[in-house]
Design a protein around this ligand. Structure first.
Ligand code: GDP
Ligand code: MG
Length: 722
C-alpha cells in the first residue's frame, strides 16, 4: 500500500497508528486534502468516521475496500498471515450502491457506487485474534478505545457461526467494546452506533434471530460489567444503538456477496443512517487530526480519557490558532500599513474601526464552528487584544487633543485678557476653561470606537480618564494664571501704596515733629485699609480671582507684607546722614532767619543774633532724635509684623529679605552691642540712625550752623559800617 508521504498525491490511506504505536504525522494535511465540498459556508462538520472491529482474518479489510473503495491491505489467500498492523485511515473513494450511477459517457458497464459527498472517513483496525501476548492484548484494547472515541459507527465484524457462542475470542471482543465504551462515555452519554455485520451468512437462522442473540449477549455482558456509580442504573441503549446486517460467503455465493455489500452501501448513503448526526463528535474536520492525536496520546499514556474535556481543549487550541492568525495576518498587518495613524487621526479611526470588525468577522467565520463557550471566550480575547492596541492609539489621540487645546490657551490667554478689559479675570478664566472642555468633548466625538461585542466599554472608560486628566491640567493651568494674577495685584496695589505713602513720608519728615511717627503710622493704616477695602467682604478678603478662602487670606497677608516692606524701604532710604543733615539745617535756618510769622528777620543787634541762634540750634537739635528710631508719642517703637504665609505659592518675588534691607545701615557701633541680637532684629525696622551717624550729623550741623551764624554777624557788621 502506498504510504510514501503526503507529497505523493496517490496516497490513498494513512498509517494512523503504526506497529510501534506512533501516531501519523501530517494527518491534518491528508484529512484536509480529501475533504469534499470545502467552501466558506461549510461548517466543517459534514463528515463521518466509521471504523471496523473484529477478529483477525474475518474479511474486514475486504469488506471496507468493497464498500468504500478504499485500498486497505487484504490478506494474501496463500500465505494467510495477518496483514493490517495498527490502524489505517482512509477517505472513502465511493459508497457501494445497488443503483447504477454510471455517467452516460462512461463506457465501463455498470458503475454501482455513489460519490462520497458526505465525507466518510474509514478506520481499518488490526484484528483481534485472541493472541495471548500481554502487549497484543493491550493494543487490542487501545485500538478499541481509539475507534470508539473517534467514530460514529463501529462495524463489528463477526462470522455467523460465532454468534450465540458465549465464549472465546468473540466474547472477549464484545466485552472489550462494552467496557471501553462505558469508561469513555459514561459522563457525556455520547452514543455510538454498533453495526454488527454477520459474515458468511447462510440464511439457516434468520438475521433477526441472530440479532436477538447478539443483543442478549450484549445485555448479559452489560449486567455483569462493573459499572461506575453514576451509571449503575443506566441501560445498554443509553450508550448504544444496535443494527444488524448480514453478508453471504465470499466464495460460495460471490454474486450475492457483492450484492449484499452494495445493499450495505445503500444504508450508508441513506440520510437517516447517521440519525441527524446523533453520533457526531462535533469537532470541525480541520481539528479532527489534532483531536484524534490528543486522544491517542491519552490512551497511550493510560490516562483516563475524558472526551468532553478533550473536545474543549481541541476547541481552545483551534480557536486560539484562529485568533493568532487573524491577529497577525489581518490586524497587525493592516494596522502597520496605516503608518503613523496620528498624522490623520480621524481617518485612522475609521480605518481601525472597520479593521476591528473585519478581524472579528474573520474570526467568527472560522471559529464559530467550535464549542460555543470556547468560541465566545476566545472571541472576547481577540477583541481585547485588538482593543489594547486601539485603546493605546485612542488614548494618544485624546492626549494630543488635550495638549493642543491647552497649549493654544496658554498662548492665547494673555491677549484674551487684554482684549476683554473690563471683564473680570475670573469670568475670562472660567469661560476659557469651559471652552476647552467643550472643544475636547466635541472633537473627541470624531474619534470613536464602539464595542458592541464586549460588556466593558474600555473606550468610554478611556475617554473619561482623559477628560478627567484634562480637567486636572486645566485646574493647574488656572492655578498658574491665578498666581500670576495675584502677583500682578500685589504689584499694582504696592505701587499705588508706594506713590502715596512716599510723598506723605517725605513731607512729614521734612518738617519733623514729635507726632511725625504717629502721623506716618496712621497714614499707613488708613492707606492700606483704603487699598484693601474693595476686597473686604464680611470680615474676610476676596480678591475676585477665584482663590480659595485660604489663598485669599494668604494673598491678603502677602499684600500686607509688601506694604510693610515698602514702608520699610521708603523710610530707610529717606533717613540717612545726607537727608537728615539737610532737614536739620532747614529747621535751623527757618527758625534762625525767620520770625514767628515766617517773615525774614532784620538783625538789630548781636544779642538778637545770639539768642535767635541759640534758639534755632536748640530747635534743630530736638529734631535729631526723631530720626534715631520710629518711635510713637506713647514711647513705643513701630513694629513690622512677621507674616508667616503657608501656601504653595512661590516666594520668588517677595522682597522681604531683611538682610538685604538692613545690611546697609545696620549698626557697627560697639556701643550698640548692649542690645541682644534678638532685640536688635526685632527693632531693626524701627531703628534708623546709629549713634555714630548722629554724631556725624551733629558735627556737620555744627559746622553749617556756625557758618550761618558767622555770616549773619558779618552781614550786620557790614551793614553798620556802610
Ligand atoms: P481481515 O484480517 O479481517 O482484514 O481480513 P482480510 O480482508 O484481510 O481477509 C482475510 C481472508 O479472508 C482473505 O483471504 C479474504 O479473501 C478472505 N475473505 C474475505 N471476505 C471473506 C468472507 O466474507 N468470507 C470468508 N470466508 N473469507 C473471506
Ligand atoms: Mg485487515
Amino acid at each position: 500500500m502506498a504510504n510514501t508521504g503526503l507529497n505523493d498525491t496517490s496516497m490513498v490511506s494513512v498509517h494512523l497508528i503504526d506497529e510501534e504505536k506512533h501516531f501519523a504525522r501530517h494527518l491534518d494535511e491528508y484529512v484536509d486534502k480529501c475533504y469534499v465540498g470545502k467552501s466558506n459556508d461549510d461548517n466543517g462538520l459534514n463528515y463521518h468516521i466509521v471504523s471496523v472491529f473484529g477478529s483477525q482474518s474475518t474479511g474486514k479489510s475486504t469488506l471496507l475496500n468493497k464498500l468504500f473503495g478504499t485500498k486497505f491491505d487484504v490478506m494474501d489467500e496463500e500465505k494467510r498471515q495477518q496483514t493490517t498492523k495498527g490502524i489505517w485511515f482512509s477517505h472513502a473513494n465511493y459508497i457501494a450502491s445497488t443503483e447504477n450511477n454510471a455517467d452516460e459517457t462512461e463506457n465501463v458497464g455498470l458503475k454501482k457506487q455513489k460519490a462520497n459527498d458526505s465525507n466518510i472517513y474509514v478506520l481499518d483496525v488490526e484484528g483481534v485474534d485472541g493472541r495471548e501476548r500481554a502487549d497484543d492484548k493491550d493494543f487490542e484494547r487501545k485500538s478499541a478505545l481509539f475507534a470508539l472515541a473517534t467514530s460514529e459507527v463501529l462495524i463489528v465484524n463477526i462470522f455467523e457461526h460465532q454468534v450465540g457462542l458465549y465464549q472465546g475470542a468473540n466474547m472477549e471482543l464484545l466485552k472489550t467494546v462494552m467496557e471501553v465504551n462505558l469508561s469513555l462515555f459514561h459522563q457525556s452519554k455520547q452514543k455510538c452506533l454498533l453495526l454488527f455485520v454477520i459474515r458468511d451468512f447462510t440464511g439457516m437462522t434468520p438475521l433477526s434471530n441472530l440479532g436477538q442473540s447478539l443483543e442478549a449477549d450484549m445485555n448479559k455482558i452489560w449486567t455483569d460489567l462493573n459499572k461506575p456509580d453514576e451509571c449503575i442504573d443506566s441501560k445498554i441503549d443509553d450508550f448504544f444503538d444496535l443494527k444488524f446486517f448480514s453478508i453471504t460467503h465470499k466464495y460460495y455465493k460471490p454474486d450475492e456477496f457483492e450484492h449484499n455489500i452494495m445493499q450495505l452501501g445503500d444504508q450508508f448513503s441513506n440520510d437517516t443512517f447517521f440519525d441527524n448526526n446523533k453520533y457526531h463528535r462535533k469537532i470541525p474536520i480541520d481539528a479532527w487530526a489534532l483531536y484524534s492525536e490528543k486522544i491517542w496520546n491519552q490512551i497511550e499514556d493510560n490516562k483516563d480519557l475524558d472526551l468532553p474535556t478533550q473536545q474543549i481543549l481541541v476547541s481552545k487550541f483551534k480557536c486560539n490558532e484562529i485568533l493568532n492568525n487573524v491577529y497577525d495576518a489581518v490586524f497587525t498587518k493592516e494596522f502597520t500599513e496605516v503608518g503613523n495613524p496620528l498624522e490623520n487621526p480621524t481617518d485612522s479611526c475609521v480605518i481601525f474601526n472597520s479593521l476591528r470588525n473585519k478581524c472579528l468577522s474573520a474570526y467568527d467565520s472560522q471559529a464559530s464552528r467550535y464549542q460555543n463557550a470556547v468560541y465566545t471566550d476566545i472571541r472576547s480575547n481577540l477583541a481585547e487584544k485588538i482593543d489594547i492596541k486601539l485603546k493605546d492609539f485612542y488614548s494618544k489621540i485624546l492626549k494630543n487633543l488635550a495638549d493642543s487645546l491647552i497649549s493654544a490657551q496658554e498662548t492665547k490667554f494673555p491677549d484674551l485678557k487684554k482684549k476683554s478689559k473690563g471683564m473680570a479675570f475670573l469670568d475670562i478664566l472660567t469661560s476659557t476653561t469651559d471652552g476647552v472642555i467643550a472643544d475636547f468633548q466635541s472633537k473627541a466625538l470624531e474619534f470613536q470606537f464602539t464595542e458592541q461585542d464586549t460588556t466593558a466599554n474600555i473606550y468610554q472608560d478611556e475617554y473619561e480618564i482623559q477628560l478627567a486628566d484634562l480637567k486636572k491640567r486645566l485646574e493647574e493651568f488656572s492655578n498658574i494664571l491665578k498666581q500670576k494674577e495675584s502677583k500682578s495685584l500685589i504689584n499694582k496695589l504696592s505701587r499705588k501704596f508706594q506713590n502715596n505713602f512716599k510723598e506723605y513720608v517725605v513731607e512729614e519728615l521734612s518738617q519733623p515733629t514729635n507726632l511725625s511717627w504717629d502721623n506716618i503710622y496712621s497714614k499707613f493704616e488708613s492707606l492700606t485699609s483704603k487699598l484693601l477695602k474693595p476686597y473686604l467682604l464680611n470680615a474676610s478678603y476676596d480678591f475676585k480671582i477665584g482663590l480659595s478662602e485660604n489663598l485669599n487670606e494668604s494673598l491678603h497677608l502677602r499684600l500686607m507684607k509688601s506694604f510693610w516692606n515698602k514702608f520699610d524701604n521708603i523710610v530707610h532710604n529717606y533717613v540717612n546722614e545726607e537727608t537728615v543733615s539737610r532737614v536739620l539745617r532747614t529747621v535751623f535756618e527757618d527758625k534762625f532767619k525767620y520770625d514767628a510769622k515766617g517773615l525774614p528777620l532784620i538783625w538789630k543787634d548781636f544779642n538778637q543774633i545770639d539768642s535767635q541762634f541759640n534758639n534755632a540750634v536748640e530747635t534743630a537739635k530736638k529734631t535729631l532724635p526723631i530720626f534715631s528710631a520710629m518711635k510713637l508719642s506713647n514711647g513705643k517703637l513701630i513694629q513690622k509684623p512677621v507674616y508667616s504665609i503657608n501656601d504653595s505659592v512661590s516666594d520668588e518675588d517677595d522682597d522681604d529679605d531683611d538682610a538685604d534691607y538692613y545690611g546697609g545701615y545696620e549698626s557697627t557701633d560697639i556701643s550698640d552691642n548692649e542690645q541682644s541680637y534678638e532685640g536688635k532684629k526685632k527693632n531693626r525696622f524701627a531703628s534708623l540712625l546709629t549713634t555714630k551717624q548722629e554724631a556725624k550729623i551733629n558735627q556737620r550741623f555744627k559746622k553749617e550752623s556756625d557758618a550761618i551764624y558767622l555770616d549773619a554777624k558779618r552781614s550786620m557788621v557790614a551793614n553798620r559800617t556802610s
